[in-house]
Design a protein. Structure first.
Length: 151
């Protein structure tokens, strides 16, 4: 006789840790591209002439966020994922407490988008975070290639 636990196990969304690494990269690059797309759209609609400076400011912000913030986060995620044994839950590409941070960031982005803040200023922030996410996603893909080549 099979137990209820055994019956529920077939619904466990467990995957290989290599898939978690690549899923992390896909999530990071997807969100980054979405943010960059919004920012570029706002800059293309801006009536102010020096939009190039807003883009340059956002790019500098992206490099700083990537180097001083996101790389440490990505490295911790990669270390946590690669230390996992066997198949793991597909939602494990981020630690559970990070989901709360993600919800807060989505809320802050929504508030900012609906604020009176001029879109070209908001574009700097979105380029900063979006660009940093795209740059940081590269590390996930590099690790995935290393893990895939190993096995």
């Amino acid at each position: 006789m099979t137990s209820m636990h055994d019956k529920l196990r077939k619904f466990d969304p467990a995957v290989d840790k290599r898939l978690l690494v690549v899923l992390s990269g896909i999530m990071w690059i997807s969100v980054g591209i979405m943010l960059l797309n919004l920012a570029v759209g706002w800059l293309l609609q801006a009536t102010a002439r020096p939009v190039i400076w807003y883009g340059a400011g956002g790019t500098m912000l992206a490099l700083m966020i990537h180097h001083f913030g996101f790389l440490k986060l990505v490295d911790r995620n990669i270390d946590r994922i690669t230390a996992m044994e066997g198949k793991v839950c597909i939602f494990g590409f981020q630690p559970w407490k990070s989901y709360l941070i993600i919800i807060i960031m989505i809320g802050m982005g929504t508030v900012l988008r609906h604020s009176a803040l001029p879109r070209q200023y908001l574009a700097v922030i979105y380029i900063g975070f979006g660009g940093a996410m795209v740059l940081s996603s590269i590390r996930y893909f590099r690790i995935f290639i290393k893990l895939y080549a190993r096995n």
